[in-house]
Design a protein around this ligand. Structure first.
Ligand SMILES: [Zn+2]
Length: 202
């Protein structure tokens, strides 16, 4: 009985010491080392996500779709100022995508957003510049470059969810929230993360 008590006490003391060590480590890393944003570090993060247990989703959001007919909206090219009409849904999507990418930028990631495919004037340049990426309907071109990378990884997508998923992953979240408030496990979307970022689970 006496031995057991001593062990418990030792355990408590050890816990207290390691807690202090953790605080010191956090304090040191906070002031001495920047967050690791390299491709290797992010690949490790993706593998860790894959190994993680799917979190319990407390309140899956209700699905409520806006059924109003999309009206064409004027889209003004950031590069040359040329105005063109795009589908209302697409315009909404582009606004959501812009917000997601701005958040990634705020998180310290080197990301780009290229909307030139939508511009009748600039799209001609893009077809040459994006090295075979462009085909079919105009799409948003997303670029990301991790610390130490020479080149950007580019991916084309008009789907706002793709950007929300990447943003959640970059922030270190385990879940992501769709446009209708539905919360889902992020690990199921690893293929989207791979496609959009060029990171790999392997
Ligand atoms: Zn343009």
């Amino acid at each position: 009985m006496a031995g057991k008590t001593r062990n418990v006490r030792t355990g408590v003391r050890t816990l207290a010491v390691s807690a202090v060590a953790v605080v010191i480590a956090v304090a040191l890393s906070g002031c001495m080392v920047e967050r690791e944003l390299t491709r290797d570090a992010m690949n490790r993060k993706l593998r860790a996500l894959n190994r993680s247990v799917v979190p319990v989703i407390e309140s899956p959001g209700a699905m409520c779709y806006d059924t109003s007919a999309p009206m064409p909206v004027a889209f003004v090219c950031d590069e040359c100022g040329q105005s063109t009409e795009v589908d209302g849904w697409l315009f909404e999507s582009i606004q959501t995508i812009k917000a997601s990418v701005a958040e990634m930028n705020d998180e310290g990631f080197d990301v780009t957003l290229d909307l030139r495919e939508f511009c009748p004037r600039c799209s001609k340049d893009v077809l040459d510049a994006s090295a075979g990426l462009a085909s079919g309907d105009p799409q948003v071109v997303f670029g990301i470059r991790f610390a130490g990378d020479d080149a950007y990884h580019y991916a084309r997508s008009n789907n706002p969810s793709d950007y929300t998923i990447v943003g959640a992953f970059l922030k270190g979240d385990r879940t992501w929230t769709d446009a209708y408030g539905g919360v889902s496990a992020l690990k199921k979307e690893y293929q989207v993360i791979e496609k959009m970022t060029g990171l790999s689970m392997d």
